[in-house]
Write a protein that binds this ligand. Structure first.
Ligand SMILES: [Zn+2]
Length: 105
């Protein structure tokens, strides 16, 4: 049996390799961005993965998802998206805050 730490380490390597492969295949993907369906942030296309249901996750969120699958913590990618809901709200609040600041100036 592998320890949790070993699984996490292995997943980090796998997910990082996906990013490297994407950049090798398409160097532009390092700089092209998209809005991640899980964390809601603008992230590079490199290392992102499109999952069932058409959800595209950034490399950071892929790591969370794949580690979750490997540890049997989650069953599908929707659970990752739901778990990261607060992060998206946080990002949204930041946008609203910075817009309010602009208005005040
Ligand atoms: Zn993300």
């Amino acid at each position: 049996m592998k320890s949790k730490e070993e699984i996490v380490e292995e997943m980090q390597q796998v997910v990082e390799q996906m990013r490297i492969d994407d950049i090798e295949e398409n160097p532009d993907s390092e700089f092209e961005t998209f809005e991640c369906d899980a964390c809601g942030q603008e992230k590079p296309l490199a290392g992102s993965v499109e999952y069932e249901g058409g959800y595209r996750l950034c490399n950071d969120c892929v790591l969370i998802a794949e580690t979750g699958f490997a540890l049997n913590k989650i069953k599908n990618v929707k659970e990752v998206i739901d778990a990261l809901e607060y992060k998206r709200l946080e990002g949204l609040c930041d946008i609203i805050k910075s817009e309010q600041q602009k208005e005040n100036n």
